[in-house]
Design a protein around this ligand. Structure first.
Ligand code: F6P
Length: 363
């Protein structure tokens, strides 16, 4: 068997651990592995790569990478092959579907199966490849934890741990200056990072995409804290959080990729300063949440996912995604996993805990 490996979308701590586990497990079965650089660009546009778009992955190439952030294959979240932005003779840009070409090139490269490691966008591409007759096993990745049908994705725990540490550090400076500190974290469609880091960092307000916020409610929380002598407040805002009347904060939009979000934290900070008269500062954690060494939890699930993907291929499975369903890793149809985003349920225990602890959720 010759197995292709691809990492797509935003990087997440644990990608290299998945690659290592998949390669070692495959090599132990006498199979060969080959990496595709930068999502699928390496196979669609090999001429763009000086050393070739494909990276042979012998056992020696994955030695000592479990703990490394990023991905040795490179990744991309632009140029989705399902909607590739293609300049037209009239100067306009049209989104063109390259799935058939991609599937043909995967076959021509001699790959018998593909391990596609990615988030919702990458797994949507994986589904399209399955429909073109390519054998694919998906591995769920995203720091946002918004993929359905798996209890958790790798990368999420590292992001939450780092965000919590940052919030811990902000407590003392916020208290010393009697300020409102607004911390913006990633979380495009789902507020899992904001919720978990905000709760474990014992903040005063958490704003997530699932609950459109009323800033007056947050300002009220800040004022009530002031009255009790706690003269500072910490507010965590997911980048995809939006006010009741208004949309998400968008920085830019480019053909073939998702809107770039940004500014949600600053918008909240400015509003709170106006409403409370308190000095306010914003910290955007952004891509810091995607970098660094994966936590042991993320390494473990990444290694388990990588090994499980190869077991799936050995067992003849196709069109499935490996999924954490404690205490085990099971396989779910790729189509089911990509049907909808996993948002924070408003009746979940963490939301109830916030309410019990008096953490304002902006509603
Ligand atoms: O999908 C993961 C994610 O971290 C989102 O939370 C965020 O909106 C996006 O990636 C940012 O991507 P980029 O690397 O293009 O800024």
């Amino acid at each position: 068997m010759k197995i292709g490996l691809s990492t797509g979308g935003g990087d997440a701590p644990g990608l290299n651990a998945v690659i290592r586990a998949a390669v070692v497990s495959a090599v132990r079965r006498g199979w060969e592995c080959i990496g595709i650089r930068n999502g699928y660009d390496g196979i669609l546009f090999p001429e763009r790569f000086e050393e070739g778009g494909l990276l042979p992955l012998p056992r020696s190439r994955v030695r000592g990478i479990t703990h490394l952030g990023g991905t040795i294959l490179g990744t991309t979240n632009r140029g989705n092959p399902l909607r590739y932005p293609t300049p037209q003779p009239d100067g306009s840009v049209k989104e063109v579907d390259h799935t058939v070409e991609l599937a043909d090139k995967i076959r021509a490269a001699g790959m018998d199966a593909l391990v596609a490691i990615g988030g919702d966008g990458s797994l949507e591409i994986a589904c399209a490849l399955v429909r073109q007759g390519i054998r694919v096993v998906g591995v769920p990745k995203t720091i946002d934890n918004d993929l359905d049908k798996t209890v958790i994705t790798f990368g999420f725990d590292t992001a939450v741990s780092f965000a919590t540490e940052c919030i811990d550090r902000l407590h003392t400076t916020a208290e010393s200056h009697r300020r409102v500190m607004v911390v913006e974290v990633m979380g495009r469609y789902a507020g899992w990072i904001a919720l978990n880091a905000g709760l474990s960092g014992s903040v005063d307000a958490i704003l997530i995409p699932e609950i459109p916020y009323d800033l007056e409610k947050v300002a009220d929380k800040v004022r009530r804290r002031d009255k009790t002598g706690a003269n500072f407040s910490i507010v965590v805002v997911a980048e995809g959080a939006a006010p009741r009347e208004g949309g998400v904060s968008v920085v830019s939009h480019e053909a073939g990729r998702l809107e770039r979000l940004g500014g949600a934290g600053e918008r909240v900070a400015q509003g709170l300063q106006e409403l409370t008269g308190k000095e306010t500062r914003t910290v955007v954690l952004g891509h810091l949440l995607r970098g660094g060494t994966p936590t042991s939890f993320d390494r473990l699930i990444a290694l388990r996912f990588g090994a499980a993907a190869i077991r799936a291929l050995e067992e003849g499975k196709d069109g499935v995604m490996v999924a954490l369903d404690p205490p085990t890793v099971r396989y779910v149809p790729l189509e089911d996993a990509t049907r909808r985003m996993k948002k924070v349920p408003l009746d979940c225990d963490s939301i109830l805990t916030c309410r019990d602890l008096g953490i304002c959720l902006g509603d």
